[in-house]
Design a protein around this ligand. Sequence first.
Ligand SMILES: Cc1cc2nc3c(=O)[nH]c(=O)nc-3n(C[C@H](O)[C@H](O)[C@H](O)COP(=O)(O)O)c2cc1C
Length: 148
Amino acid sequence: MNLYIIKSLYSIIYKSAARPELSKKDLKEISRVSSSNNAKEGISGMLLYVEGEFLQLLEGEKEKVLTTFSRISIDGRHTDINIICESHQKQRQFEEWNIGFYSLTGKEFQDKTGFKSIKSYFEADKYQDEIMLVFLLKQYAELANKQT
Ligand SMILES: Cc1cc2nc3c(=O)[nH]c(=O)nc-3n(C[C@H](O)[C@H](O)[C@H](O)COP(=O)(O)O)c2cc1C
């Protein structure tokens, strides 16, 4: 019975601000290293980049998710890291992606969500709902593989 709790799936969603000097090449490198590390750790998830801001979901075994997140949280390539939700899950939502990565402009994000930035999206409290967030990230995960 306890085994179920120890091995149960855990997920974290956080947002952060990218260092202004971050280039496309840097983003590609983050995505490459994340994909390789997450595959080894059995972690899946999605990283969204909207004009200087990140929104990331990580899911997997609790200990591995927490270890990965603590590494991410001391990474100097972003600041203002805020956990939006963390919880146990019954099943993976992003099974196919060790890390889906999708980058879009504020304008594109606004056309989709009505908000011009991740920050303003979260200022509207009702959108912090986990189900809504997973739904949003999934739509970009579907597109992630098609983006070069
Ligand atoms: C926004 C952002 C998201 C990241 N996501 C991940 C991730 O999902 N998995 C991961 O292992 N590293 C991620 N990283 C990179 C880590 O902070 C760290 O640089 C990396 O895990 C170190 O891996 P290495 O020891 O193999 O070089 C992310 C970094 C940033 C800035």
